[in-house]
Design a protein around this ligand. Structure first.
Ligand code: ATR
Length: 287
């Protein structure tokens, strides 16, 4: 649908933002739902974040997504949050309810929805999960898994202190911190039904050092949040072992669809948009 005077304006704040797939994705959501929305990339630099955020009501913008490096900054600036955004400590979706701004985080919902779609056997229900990394992305994943009742939940990070902090905040009781070393990790992955990489290791085709993949049970699933490259060395090695694997493209589309639903009330279909992203951007999806 072409933009007209009645279009509801949405967008994304990022720095940089030119690489973002979200404008393409949300244009497809509008096509599929018939909603009259226009989704705009906003290149917002850190020094302009506060002004841009609090201009949303004056401009009548219904909402924006928030991407790197602003998720934590927007969380700090807003007074109202959903439970997910508050606990994760990051906002990926701002909603403007008639001048009242609040922060949400649909990354956790997007991640859980994609897990269920990719791995119907849900091996993490009978066993626990191991999350690699303890940064912003790991917080959304750990929050999601804890909410879903997945236990035990091992968070393995290069700096173990950060894993400790994440676990005590987001997965008290069920969480255990661990270093990225073969000894600790070997024991953790031997019991895991799910391994999730949230670190940036693999973006440049690197392997994750010290990961004893051979110790994962045969029914375990491996999820890498990285979707470019589509098949990181981690996923390639897991596939070679015959494990079920998925990358983060589905999470990307599902968090976007969840944001779109918050703003418009329309629930866009995910599969055709995933297929378009694969076709138009050459970003594949190992299954
Ligand atoms: P994001 O928001 O994408 O999660 P982040 O908050 O910067 O990004 O977190 C990056 C994560 O990748 C961290 O867990 C980081 O580990 P440290 O806390 O020890 O820094 C992890 N990471 C990045 N480069 C890594 C590397 N070369 N080896 C192991 N872990 C790495």
């Amino acid at each position: 649908m072409a933009i007209d005077g009645a279009s509801q304006v949405l967008g994304v704040f990022g720095d940089p933002v030119a690489h973002s797939l979200s404008p393409f994705m949300h244009a497809r959501f509008a096509e599929h739902t018939g909603a009259n929305t226009a989704y705009v990339p906003f290149h917002v630099r850190p020094e302009g974040l506060e002004t841009a955020l609090f201009a949303l009501p004056a401009l009548g913008i219904r909402g924006v997504n928030v991407t790197v490096p602003h998720k934590e900054g927007v969380h700090r600036l807003l007074e109202e949050h959903s439970d997910a955004a508050r606990q994760i400590g990051a906002v990926n979706t701002v909603v403007n309810d008639e001048g009242r701004l609040w922060g949400d985080n649909t990354d956790a919902d997007g991640f859980l929805a994609d897990l269920d779609a990719c791995f119907p056997q849900q091996p993490w229900r009978s066993r626990g999960a191991v999350v690699l990394g303890a940064g912003g992305a790991a917080r959304a994943v750990a929050y999601a898994l804890h909410q879903a009742g997945v236990a035990p939940l091992v968070v393995a990070n290069r700096s173990r202190d950060k894993a400790q902090g994440l676990v005590s905040e987001l997965a008290p009781g069920s969480g255990h911190p661990c270093g990225l070393d073969p000894e600790g990790l070997g024991e953790a992955v031997a019991d895991a039904g799910l391994l999730v990489n949230t670190t940036s290791v693999g973006l440049e085709g690197e392997e994750i050092p010290g990961l004893p993949l051979d110790r994962l049970p045969a029914e375990a699933a491996v999820y890498d949040l990285i979707y470019k490259p589509a098949r990181t060395p981690l996923l390639a090695a897991a596939e070679a072992r015959g494990l079920a694997v998925a990358n983060g493209l589905g999470m990307l589309v599902r968090q976007g669809a969840a944001s779109y639903a918050r703003w418009t009330g329309f629930h866009p279909p995910v599969e055709p948009v995933l297929e378009r992203l694969q076709a138009d951007f050459g970003i594949g999806r190992p299954r």
